[in-house]
Design a protein around this ligand. Sequence first.
Ligand SMILES: NC(=O)c1ccc[n+]([C@@H]2O[C@H](COP(=O)([O-])OP(=O)(O)OC[C@H]3O[C@@H](n4cnc5c(N)ncnc54)[C@H](OP(=O)(O)O)[C@@H]3O)[C@@H](O)[C@H]2O)c1
Length: 251
Amino acid sequence: MKIAIITGASAGLGKEFLAAAPKYFPDIDEYWLIARRQDRLEEAAKLVNKQCRIFPMDLTQTDSYRRLETELKKLTPHVALLVNNSGCGYLGNVGEGELDNQLRMIDLNLRGLTAVTHVTLPFMDTGSRIINVSSIASFCPNPRMTVYSAGKAYVSAFSYGISEECAARGITVTAVCPGPMDTEFIYLGEIKGNSKTFETLPYCDPVKVVHGACKAALAGKRNYTPKAFYKFYRILAKLLPVGITMKMAKT
Ligand SMILES: NC(=O)c1ccc[n+]([C@@H]2O[C@H](COP(=O)([O-])OP(=O)(O)OC[C@H]3O[C@@H](n4cnc5c(N)ncnc54)[C@H](OP(=O)(O)O)[C@@H]3O)[C@@H](O)[C@H]2O)c1
């Protein structure tokens, strides 16, 4: 049985990944959908004409990825696609606001993503694809979203590292780095209306991001950054001193 695992499939980009996946990965028989909201996952499952297995779970909790590991060991599927998409981001300086928000970003964006990848990789094989949703925030530190941007730098570096580890097994890993998108993310993180940078930057269309990401994954690319503007920013961030790019990237 060939399956896809998509985290954060209940909303935003993850839901779009689910909607687009059958076009790019037609041989996948079953989708395993992970997020906290069961009703939203059940609604999302109607988007595809394939068997879906719903995993209502909180990926900040160790029990959740242990349960995923148990299910994988029990059913021994071939995981043809893993989309690590669940994520959250909160605006605010370190030392201000809720500590829980800062820690949730680490627990979900770094720890959860690492754990899901770790328990899934033994069930992947030649031709399997991993898509890790990072961000343009990974290109340089974003003051006022310091933990988020440092975390996304980890997601990109982690993706490049495992792509090398997995190359001999024929598994590809693609870090996807979108700019702002009008999803629940910017409202939950109280970013919308509170960040001049987010008001000024060009927004990415989640549907286009997903199609570009699937094409990049099939082509075996290590990075997919949508929009010429952000491709240029990625190069600039590599060339300029961090002291300069950080001022531009302050959220
Ligand atoms: N929107 C942007 O501006 C933007 C820009 C660049 C990158 N990104 C990245 O894109 C990815 C998708 O975000 P989005 O924009 O689509 O935001 P979104 O609409 O808020 O979706 C986030 C998804 O993550 C799930 N999630 C949140 N907390 C979770 C938890 N504790 N355990 C399991 N799942 C959890 C949510 O489902 P439940 O609430 O049901 O759990 C939801 O399905 C994230 O990694 C984000 O960092 C977003």
